[in-house]
Structures are given as structure tokens and as C-alpha cells.
Design a protein around this ligand. Sequence first.
Ligand SMILES: Cc1cc2nc3c(=O)[nH]c(=O)nc-3n(C[C@H](O)[C@H](O)[C@H](O)COP(=O)(O)OP(=O)(O)OC[C@H]3O[C@@H](n4cnc5c(N)ncnc54)[C@H](O)[C@@H]3O)c2cc1C
Length: 467
Amino acid sequence: MENNFDVIVIGGGPGGYVCAIRAAQLGLKTACVESRGSLGGTCLNVGCIPSKSLLNLSESYHKAKKNFNEQGIEFTGLKLNLAKMMMNKNKSVQVLTKGIEFLFKKNNVTYIKGKGVLSSNNDIVVYEGEKKTSFKSKNIVIATGSVPSSLPGIEIDEKNIVSSTGALSLSEVPKELIVIGGGYIGLEMGSVWSRLGSSVTVIEYLDFITPGMDREISNEFQKILTKQGMKFKLNNKVGSVSNVLNKVVVDFTNSKTSEKTRLECDKVLVAVGRKPYTEGLNLTKIGIKKDTQGKIEVNEKLQTSINNIYAIGDVIKGPMLAHKAEEEGIAVAEIIAGQAGHVNYDIIPAVVYTSPEVAVVGKTEEQLKKENISYKVGKFPFLANSRAKVNNETDGFVKILADRKTDRILGVHMIGPHTGDMIAEMAIAMEFGASAEDIARTCHAHPTHTEAVKEAALAIDKRAIHF
Ligand SMILES: Cc1cc2nc3c(=O)[nH]c(=O)nc-3n(C[C@H](O)[C@H](O)[C@H](O)COP(=O)(O)OP(=O)(O)OC[C@H]3O[C@@H](n4cnc5c(N)ncnc54)[C@H](O)[C@@H]3O)c2cc1C
């Protein structure tokens, strides 16, 4: 009886642990299986949280080094203690992962340590070292997440050729760092090490960075990062990466000119994306289908090809983001409990936590053009926002896209200070079907960065006040 559950979730990341807590809240007898030894998944252990800790600390260091003296905060003897910075990061991670254990206890979720393997539609075997335990469950949720991808022939050793996991724990600041891939993980980690003193070169296969983002934002983002000292080699395909003595040698070819280049550096970060992780789950035997990219196929209720087995988060289609996984976790718990759980995939914000931050939600201009939707654009630069100006953080802008006929907000794209927090206002507005006029007529506190949003909404009808 003890090993019988209503719901067993395999994977304790943001998708899995949130699903387990919600299911338990709804009165379902719930367990969560996690093989990592700590809860929180990629996000808390080797993703969102440690990267944001290092982004925050490296930004403070960089500001102290570059800006404070000229702003009247004078001091001498500034020193980087990388080991201490890493300890601070590790402590934050530990506190948060332990916090989930506490939440499990509080909500009566059984935490099962070990690797979960499906043995039938209702049976899971959990392996922990030599120990093997069988569990039964009416419903199973697969939330096994993702792992870093690499390129053919490139072996990640997590020493000199690292994935994001290795890049979060380097013991020295590399003099030269090459980042392969201009997506958000590469740019965030590139920013961390650049601020701490590395010379960072990003090699990207496409002719723009942050694929999928509104192109105007990508271009501005690249301009700002270049101004900060990051170098970009766009349109370049990496052929090989090899350890030569104490250095790493990267060979790449320009796909337009066919020019071949060889660069030498101390560390290479391979940040070319992540792949769904389903190893050892026994999916084929159970009859659970995957798509051509290895993602588990689900229907609109997040059910796999087996009715009582669901899948959520990075292991299924959609953006690989923690909050998307969480929303799916909640939806599945509610669906299992007989409620109408639902995820609105049109309104999932995405943030790059560099300085300045990049934050987006909804459609890009490129998508609207492709879909033949007639739209209006309202833009407002942070240069004309008083708060940004007094804080000397004037890079970037807010851009709102609204339906030409109805004025309904279709997309918001921001690059600038605190935009990662500001995007929530626009996600809520879009959930409520707001028009640009609704935002323009809402009183925003002065002086705040959010006034740039109101001004961008006013700019839709060419009536911005401060620009
Ligand atoms: C460097 C980095 C920075 C990131 N920053 C952000 C960010 O700022 N914001 C954001 O939204 N997203 C960010 N992400 C992405 C985010 O971490 C993922 O989208 C999110 O963790 C996915 O959640 P998940 O629950 O689907 O899977 P995961 O978090 O990957 O969790 C899956 C868990 O399942 C466990 N598991 C796998 N197989 C089994 C098994 N058979 N038995 C038991 N346990 C198993 C794994 O050990 C893992 O702990 C970042 C990722 C990285 C790498």
C-alpha cells in the first residue's frame, strides 16, 4: 500500500517538483523520483539559479571596477576572489534545493531518491545504488528534462572544453574564452566571464544572435555586447575543437566566404542548445512515442501515447524554459485531478539576464509579417527615460507591436535595464487581451523604467511625450 500512488512524477526539476506539489495540493497521493541527489533539476542545480548568481555578482564586480570611481564612489584595492564567489553561488543553490525538500514535506509529497524506470503503464522501478524498489501509480508524469548538446566530433571534457555546467564552476578566469553558439545561455555565461576579465569571442553559425527573437532586438543586443567588449564571428561553422598542450584550438569556416580561421584560447564553452533527456526510461518498451528530435510526443492535455502517462517541460516540444515547465506541471496536476488545466503557449515570456536584460513576449515582427497580420509599432528608447538616465543605464528600448485594426497587443520586445521584471506587466496585459491604448492610459509611477512601456504604447499612435 505504501508504494501505491495516484501520481508519480519522474524528475524533480521545475516541471516535476511543481507538478508534484500541485497534485498533492489537490488531494492526490503523490511521489517525485529524482536521480540527481538534490531537487530543483537543471534550473536550480546547474541552470537558471547558479547562472543568475554569477551574473549578479560579476555585474557588481564589473560596476565597481569600471563605473564607481567616475560616479564618485572612490576606493582602492578592489580584488576578485573567484573561489568565494563560487562558494556564494553554491550556497544559494543549496538553500534553494533544500527549500524544495521542505515544500515537499509541507505538502505531503513523497521524495524518492534514485533513477526511475518505467516497467509498465502503472509500474516504476527506482534504482538507487544497489537498491531496487518497485512502485505503482495510477498516473505517471515524465519530467526528465534536458542535457547539453554538442556538435559532431566535439567532446565536452568539462575541463577545457565545457558545457554550461562546466562554465558555471571554472576555478580560474580564462584569459581567452571562445563561446560556440550565440543563444541566451552562451551570451549569459560569456557576459559573466567577460565581466570577470576574459576576452570573449562568440562564434555563431547564423548571421545574427539569439535566434527566434525579434531581429531588431537581436541586432541591438549584439551592438551593446560588442560595445562591452565581446567579439562576434557570425556566419561561421565550427569544424573542430581540440586540446593542444594547455590550450584549446578552434577551427571554423565562414559559410559565406569559405574563409577558414583557427583561434587558440584557454577555454571553450559549447552552448549550441540542449536535447531532451529520456535515457534509460524504457519508453520504447512501454510504447511511448518520440518525435524526430527525440522529444516525447504529447497531445493538448500533455498525455503521451499512453493515456495515463503524461510528459512536461524540456522533454517535450516548446521553449526550454523553467517557467514553461512549471506551467505544464500545474496544468497536468489539474488535468489528472479532473480540472481544466491549460497552458497558453502564445504568452510565455523569455528573458536574457545580461546587462542590459532582454525580455520578450508574444509575436516578433518577423512572425507577424509571415502570418500576414497587419500591425503597428510603438518604440521608446531608454535614453529618454529619466530613471535610466540618472542611473547611467540608457542602452536599449521598448518595442510594442499591436494589431493595426483592433490595437490588441501582439508582442512586446524590450532590451534595457530591469526589463526582465518589466515583461510581467505586458504578459498580464496580453493575458487580459489588452490594447496598446489600455497601457497608454494606465498611470505608471515616476520615475521608473516602466514609464518606457507606457511611452512605447503612446508611440503606437505617435503621441509619446518624452521622445
Ligand atoms: C545555464 C542555464 C541557464 C538557464 N537559465 C534559465 C533561465 O534563466 N530561465 C529559464 O526559464 N530557464 C533557464 N534555463 C532552462 C531551464 O533550466 C530548463 O528549461 C528547466 O530546468 C527545465 O525543467 P524540467 O523540469 O523540464 O527539467 P530539468 O530541470 O532538466 O529537470 C529534470 C530532472 O529529472 C531528473 N531525471 C532525469 N531522468 C530521471 C530518471 N529516470 N529518474 C529520476 N530522475 C530523473 C534529472 O536529474 C533532473 O534533475 C537554463 C538552463 C541552463 C543550462
